[in-house]
Design a protein around this ligand. Structure first.
Ligand code: RIB
Ligand code: CA
Length: 313
């Protein structure tokens, strides 16, 4: 049982990632959900995380509010993709679950103390502001962090919010730089791999026909979420980004990548947030991330589907 903290900016694809994690009861112990501003402002991402917990029938996992803005920059959001609420496509409500009073950054630091011997994995699904804030605190025990597995970046695939940059890195490039320079074990699931997990029609059909509200609502979230990318890329389905972080933890053998050097542009406005990947090892910059660019697509969707269908409601 791997102990994980999911840091997230829900977001429809974040929602499916959380549901995939909740459905992996034998493999993942979700210690908490920490919310960050990204797809939509923090007031919405934090409530959206509560909605997804309730949708999944998960009431014991604590949800925390984190940073409302990037370390240095003005917040840029993505309502054009996720809609005004961040979970457009559904009208989920929060009936019982409440946000914890503790700040997300303090919660993560407390976990590094509490689980010193057992180690924790941080799953980062949004801008890396919370994680960078944790790493900047002297009180954090980084030895307790087994690995940071993050959805972010792009190289062969280019960018999605600018020609050069992927959204999570673009929103807070300074935070991404801190994470990549931390010396911790970093695994990146960039656009180069998430653009190979385009929502499949039969996957959506199985969710719709499951007779389970959580799966039916997940399909509705995807119907809304993928419309933007289907039109933009002219593809059959939209890229299902964030669940790749969770599926990587469950089935690493379906992924392929390389240990390479990755640096982030923080100075140029033109290429702000660009992840410069030394894939062919042409510099003497030390490798600092396991950068993934291949996945077995069908196995990916099978894992997401099975885990969502295993939810109680
Ligand atoms: O670029 C895709 C990433 O940005 C995903 O995490 C999506 O949820 C948005 O946060
Ligand atoms: Ca996200």
């Amino acid at each position: 049982m791997r102990k994980v903290i999911i840091d997230t900016d829900p977001g429809q694809d974040d929602a499916l990632a959380m549901m995939t994690a909740f459905g992996a009861k034998k493999d993942l112990n979700v210690l908490g959900i920490t919310c960050v501003a990204g797809n939509v402002p923090l007031d919405l991402t934090s409530v959206n995380a509560l909605k997804i917990c309730e949708l999944s029938g998960v009431f014991s996992v604590p949800v925390f509010r984190g940073c409302p803005a990037p370390l240095k920059r003005k917040l840029i959001t993505a309502e054009h993709v996720h809609g005004k609420t961040g979970l457009d496509g559904t009208d989920l409500l929060v009936k019982k679950k409440e946000l914890e009073p503790t700040d997300a950054v303090d919660f993560i630091i407390e976990c590094t103390e509490k689980y010193r011997d057992e180690k924790i994995t941080i799953c980062a699904l949004g801008p890396l502001t919370n994680i960078a804030k944790v790493l900047k605190q002297d009180t954090v025990l980084t030895d307790s962090i087994e690995e940071i597995v993050l959805m972010g970046g792009g190289f062969f695939e280019g960018g999605n919010i600018t020609p050069a940059a992927e959204f999570n890195i673009y929103v807070d490039p300074e935070a991404a730089k801190i994470v990549l320079e931390s010396g911790l074990k970093i695994t990146m699931l960039p656009l180069d791999v998430t653009h190979k997990t385009l929502v499949q029609r039969n996957f959506l059909e199985k969710l719709r026909k499951s007779g389970k509200n959580s799966a039916i609502q997940a399909a509705k979230l995807l119907d809304f979420f993928e419309r933007y990318d289907v039109e933009k890329y002219g593809s059959q389905g939209g890229p299902l980004h964030d669940p790749n972080v969770i599926v990587y933890l469950l089935n690493p053998e379906i992924y392929y990548g390389k240990l390479v050097n990755v640096e982030v542009e923080v100075n140029s406005e033109l290429t702000r947030g660009m992840t410069v990947v030394d894939w062919w090892n042409v510099t003497d910059r030390p490798p600092n991330a396991y950068y993934i660019n291949e996945v077995k697509e069908n196995e990916f969707f099978e894992t997401v589907l099975n885990n969502i269908l295993s939810l109680e409601i």
